[in-house]
Design a protein around this ligand. Structure first.
Ligand code: IDP
Ligand code: MG
Length: 166
């Protein structure tokens, strides 16, 4: 069954110039990349993304980490699409804790645990279909993805102000 998954190269990955390495590892999955962009993560986006971590003792550090306060203020967000996309990508990422992750996984090879106790593990990948849908809809507009990931509708947005090129 085709499915999609959200991948983020976190600020430590960008700061350490790991983008190429990570994309090369992800290409082993033979999945299709169907969306990509660089995002400056707002506090609101960070908190919504990590809403399930709110009660954790390291929550505030985690929010600062994903906002790029310790590295670069940017994240690379992507959607990969194909058979078994979620588990294939999670497998290559490795375990959440970089010290426990398989040494040849992305997190095992490039992650670290900070003295403040946050796992700086280079990459985020959705854990299941429900999370993938929530996360993809949070990070991307429908027209930023080249496949019809989820059902859409036409909404009237003319009354909203938005920044445009001069
Ligand atoms: P996941 O990223 O493997 O899905 P989650 O449990 O969803 O793991 O946690 C989100 C992020 O929070 C992790 O990727 C990691 O950066 C951080 N994190 C999770 N658990 C811990 C922990 O026990 N200590 C420090 N940081 C953690
Ligand atoms: Mg998770």
């Amino acid at each position: 069954m085709k499915e999609q998954t959200l991948i983020l190269i976190k600020p430590d990955g960008l700061k350490k110039s790991l983008t190429g390495n990570v994309l090369t590892r992800l290409s082993e999955t033979k999945l299709d990349i169907v969306a990509a962009k660089i995002v400056k993560v707002s506090r609101k986006l960070a908190e919504t993304h990590y809403r399930h971590m709110k009660k954790k003792p390291f929550y505030e550090e985690l929010i600062r980490y994903i906002m790029g306060e310790y590295h670069k203020r940017k994240v690379m967000a992507m959607v990969y699409w194909g058979d078994g996309a979620i588990s294939k990508v999670r497998e290559i990422c490795g375990s959440t804790d970089p010290e426990e992750a398989d040494a040849v996984s992305i997190r095992g090879a490039y992650g670290r645990i900070t003295t403040k106790g946050v796992y700086e593990n280079v990459i985020h990948a959705s854990t299941n279909r429900e999370e993938a849908e929530r996360e993809i809809k949070l990070w991307f507009e429908p027209d930023e993805i080249i496949v019809d990931a989820y059902p859409t509708k036409i909404a009237e947005t003319a009354r909203h102000k938005k920044r445009v090129w001069i």
